[in-house]
Ligand binder design. Structure first.
Ligand SMILES: Cc1ncc(C[n+]2csc(CCOP(=O)(O)OP(=O)(O)O)c2C)c(N)n1
Ligand SMILES: [Mg+2]
Length: 355
């Protein structure tokens, strides 16, 4: 096979591709994936709407990247580790994060960084690529403890220009850490197109430099993402070390709600691309081709997801008011004297304003 050729389990029209040794795609799996992608898309659209109404602080949308995130995170097991960025809530929700807490994160609440008990989900990394060495470390700790737990770390195309990307991959390769480096190549780092980010043709090929396997998948094909991630996780659990996966995808919307994509790309062209690349449309076509599609079922999924998201919003909004001390108390485990001083000054200021 041509090296780093894009792997597809279904083409753009949803036709199943012949993949040697591929696991069977069952109706149950297709339906479960469709439900999850519908849930996270509903979440994403709701979050934008809440931000526009002033009910969320800011938000980083992922519409277009649902297959990449849901397909990969659904391959994890209970005790695995997940290291997300600010755009990976579809992955964290799939792995069991709480919806109200993911909303709370976007209201700047520390509670939004806390995953449900027993779920190994790190808070989103905003500094680009810092989470890669963390994931390598967590994976190595699991290896040294003798478990078969693995880690997955999410990062964008832009993150490959950071030193931490190389440090995390190199260290993981040398020490055979059970970690999957999951790249979502949405082709932009805010306004910077990938052609200005790197000269290599693919991100997957960067694996060669570290002597680890590299896989390039169609990131809008949920089955390609799911099964290739599952294989990489199984390799990791067998003690064979890390894998780099490049999922080629696209974000339809803005980088964040503070960004205007029309300043750096043709948004009309992005809308025109939707019929070819939309991950939900592709799965729908696949399900129709396979005879799995049922319109009543799809409508029920959509209304159930809307209800689930509405009740998560209500829960987020009924959360106790934030404590202003939180922004000082959670910077370090124990506050440094500078932070202590800032906190006291701020509290004094508030008292002065009240008096
Ligand atoms: C170390 C660091 N440098 C710069 C930034 C500003 N910044 C925020 S998002 C971003 C682009 C990242 O692009 P990519 O890795 O492709 O992820 P995407 O946003 O596309 O998901 C940059 C440069 C940052 N957060 N951290
Ligand atoms: Mg990007």
């Amino acid at each position: 096979m041509e090296p780093f050729k894009m792997i597809r389990y279904m083409d753009e029209q949803g036709n199943k591709q012949d993949i040697e040794g591929a696991e069977a795609i069952t109706e149950d799996l297709a339906k479960a994936m469709y439900e999850k992608m519908t849930l996270v898309r509903t979440f994403d659209r709701k979050a934008i709407s809440l931000q526009r109404q002033g009910r969320l602080g800011t938000y980083a949308p992922f519409e277009g990247q649902e297959a990449a995130q849901v397909g990969s995170a659904s391959a994890l097991k209970g005790e695995d580790w997940l290291f997300p960025t600010y755009r990976d809530h579809a992955a964290t929700i799939t792995f069991g994060h709480s919806l109200p807490r993911v909303f709370l994160y976007w209201n700047g609440r520390v509670e939004g960084c806390v995953a449900p008990e027993g779920k190994h989900i790190f808070p989103p990394a905003v500094p680009i690529a810092t989470q890669l060495p963390h994931a390598t470390g967590a994976a190595l700790a699991e290896k040294w403890k003798g478990t078969d737990n693995a880690a997955i770390v999410y990062f964008g195309d832009g993150a490959t220009s950071e030193g931490d990307f190389h440090e995390g991959m190199n260290f993981a390769s040398v020490f055979k850490a059970p970690v999957v480096f999951f790249n979502q190549n949405n082709q932009y780092a805010i306004s910077v197109h990938i052609s200005r980010q790197m000269n290599s043709e693919t991100i997957a090929q960067k694996s060669v430099a570290y002597g680890i396997p590299g896989v390039r998948v169609d990131g809008n094909d949920i089955f390609a993402v799911h099964f290739e991630t599952k294989k990489a996780l199984e390799r990791a659990r067998r003690g064979e070390g890390p894998t780099l996966i490049e999922a080629v995808t696209w974000r339809y919307g803005a980088h964040t709600t503070a960004d205007d994509p029309t300043k750096y790309r043709d948004q009309e062209a992005s809308v025109q691309k939707r019929p070819q690349i939309d991950p939900l449309l592709r799965l729908e076509r696949f399900m129709k081709n396979e005879g799995y599609w049922d319109q009543d079922w799809a409508e029920e999924v959509s209304s159930k997801c809307a209800e689930t998201i509405e009740s998560a919003v209500a829960e987020m909004e009924s959360f106790p008011e934030p404590n202003v001390e939180d922004i000082f108390d959670y910077v370090f485990e124990k506050p440094t004297w500078t932070i202590q001083q800032q906190k006291e000054e701020y509290l004094q200021l508030l008292r002065g304003n009240q008096g």
